[in-house]
Design a protein. Structure first.
Lengths: 270, 333
């Protein structure tokens, strides 16, 4: 327990240091935030255009799809805020700076995940939040405390699932320098898939994204419960409650893959 | 004899390189980066670890610091097994790579130290005392509040050294600590290391291309080539063994053809100046001087001791010539 508190305190210190560094250049920081916000907002406009022309997607209305979109995008935006720098992780393997992580008296994954905190990525969070609020205002939900809990829980487990996926796929970098595109297919590809109801995909892809890369548990299953919909695929209601366990499972898998990958680290310039 | 703080027994590490051999075919080559290395380092020693590029220096250091896992053999550093007890080990050692930035690039130097203090869990008083001392010795005050990216290389290296020393390490591993530094900065780093070694009993293992570092700092040097240790001993013994020849430089009153003297051999002539090589064990400098004076009148003379760079170059050349022969070893008592 003391270990966890100490880790959390250190994390806050590192984040504060990153923020201080980024705020040194105030105008560049403001421009960054505006830039990310505009890009994310354009993404949203595209979605709006599609849905004003396609009022229904499978058995899902526009507002219901917006709920999926809002939950998965907000979870991903939060993930991106915290560990978005993992995008550059393959570079640290290639140039050998990962060596420096290994000589610190802290777990390697902790050092890697806490290495940066890009405050400008707040732009994406605001955009996802706007969509979520729009969705909640336009769908008819019979609010109960369970449903509110599932919604809040979906964001937490969503972040955990995305972190787990991200950590797992960047491990490719330990073996090949070309891994970045493959990794992106799973992370950015995963969030894109999670934005739509998975029953519109074909069976093979559906199973893949439900059981192998478990993004279906980020928004789809929690949303079914919140909306009081039956799963068109026939999974019983309890499927909506197992997201936290799926997230924990994904995290454990990510941790084992990471440990195994680190033991195979070759370092650069042998 | 003091206790060993670093021990390696029959340590090996191979790397497999893949090279494209046209089309999709790939060729595999196995490189024995570290090939059966055994040595010990006593507490309080300053060990210079040298060898040509790609000889296995960095690979050894990376295995000792827990960065790389050895393929076989046994390693103990400060009583710990680096790859399995990496975190405990990290608290006991300091590591500095001259070519890599370990400090936070966009933060003032002092803030990097603060973060390191928390990463290493250094008690507040220890941290204060250590920082105070390092600030004085390495003269950090003028740039303590400057962001690391604005520091000169010499300033940054002093900062990196401080960062590696804040948690009172028992052993300091330095990879090319003086590379790219000017004479003054280099001198300051060397003085710091000598002082930390003397006053704190710090054990230092440094890899370097700068043989000046070795001559000033090391009590013992280890030369590695092709993954094997080709020399292990002190510098004087190294010169004795590989640098048997000294050079007598004579300035004659008038230019003359190369002199023919017993026990000496002219290696270079430049106007009235001649360089005569002679073997320490066979001929004394006094006898040789007398022999030269008998041939031609002398104006001035000097004796050049073997240059360590020449000595090391000869060892590398010999190592390259040896095809399968076992590594030569000698050890200091």
């Amino acid at each position: 327990m003391a270990e966890i508190l100490d880790g959390a305190a250190l994390y806050l210190r590192l984040v504060r240091a990153r923020l201080r560094a980024q705020l040194q250049y105030r105008s560049s920081f403001v421009l960054d935030v505006i830039g990310t916000f505009v890009i994310s907002f354009l993404d949203f406009v595209v979605i709006l255009i599609i849905f004003t022309n396609v009022p229904q997607l499978g058995s899902w209305s526009v507002a219901e799809v917006a709920l999926l979109y809002g939950i998965s995008c907000l979870a991903f935006a939060l993930t991106d805020l915290v560990i978005g720098h993992l995008d550059l992780f393959p570079q640290t393997i290639r140039d050998g700076t990962f060596d420096l992580v290994l000589v610190r008296p802290r777990p390697t994954l902790f050092m890697v995940l806490t290495a940066d905190f890009q405050i400008r990525r707040l732009g994406r969070i605001s955009q996802a939040a706007v969509v979520l609020v729009y969705a909640l205002a336009n769908v008819s939900i019979d609010w109960t405390s369970e449903r509110a809990l599932v919604l809040a829980g979906a964001l937490v487990t969503g972040v955990l699932i995305f972190i787990a996926i991200w950590v797992t796929v960047i491990c490719i970098a330990f073996w090949t320098v070309e891994g970045r595109e493959v990794a992106n297919a799973f992370t950015y590809g995963g969030v894109t898939l999670a934005q739509y109801p998975i029953d519109i995909y074909d069976r093979w892809m559906r199973s893949f994204f439900a059981y192998v890369v478990p993004v279906a548990f980020v928004a789809y299953y929690p949303a079914l419960f919140i909306l009081g919909k039956r799963d068109p695929l026939g999974l019983p209601t309890w499927a909506s409650f197992i997201s936290p366990f799926v997230a924990l499972g994904a995290a454990l898998v990510a941790l084992s893959v990471w440990r195994w990958a680190v033991r195979h680290y070759r370092s650069a310039g042998g | 004899m003091r206790a060993s703080v670093i021990e390696l027994e029959h340590v090996r590490k191979d790397f497999t390189l893949h090279r494209s051999a046209g089309g999709l075919r790939r060729e595999r080559t196995v490189v024995h980066a570290v090939d059966d290395i055994t040595f010990k380092v006593e507490q309080g020693a300053i060990l210079g670890y040298i060898g040509p590029n790609g000889a296995g220096k960095s690979t050894t250091v990376k295995m000792l610091t827990g960065i790389l896992v050895p393929m076989s053999g046994r390693i103990r550093v400060a009583g710990l097994e680096p790859s399995r007890q990496r975190i405990q080990l990290a608290r006991k050692i300091g590591v500095m790579f001259g070519q890599r930035v370990q400090l936070w690039w966009d933060l003032p130097l002092i803030e990097s130290f603060e973060l390191l203090r928390h990463i290493y869990r250094v008690p507040a008083e220890r941290y204060k005392a250590n920082l105070q001392e390092l600030r004085e010795v390495l003269e950090l005050d003028p740039f303590l509040r400057t962001p690391v990216r604005q520091l000169s290389l010499g300033q940054r290296i002093r900062g990196e050294l401080t960062g590696a020393m804040l948690h009172d390490p028992e052993i300091l591993f330095l990879d090319e600590p003086t590379i790219g530094l000017d004479v003054v900065a280099r001198q300051r780093v060397r003085e710091f290391l000598v002082r930390a070694n003397r006053e704190r009993g710090l054990t230092v293992l440094l890899t370097t291309h700068d043989l000046g570092d070795i001559e000033r700092l090391s009590s013992r040097i280890l030369i590695i080539d092709h993954g094997r240790i080709v020399y292990d001993g002190d510098i004087d013994a190294l010169k004795e063994r590989y640098g048997k020849e000294r050079i007598l430089v004579v300035d004659l009153v008038e230019p003359a053809p190369p002199l023919r003297v017993d026990g000496g051999r002219v290696v270079k002539v430049e106007g009235p100046r001649q360089w005569i090589a002679f073997e320490r064990a066979r001929t004394s400098a006094a006898d040789l001087t007398a022999a030269v004076a008998a041939h031609a009148p002398l104006r001035d003379l000097a004796i050049e001791e073997p240059d360590i760079e020449d000595v090391v170059r000869r060892i590398y050349a010999e190592g390259a010539k040896r095809v399968t022969g076992s590594a030569e070893r000698s050890s200091t008592a």
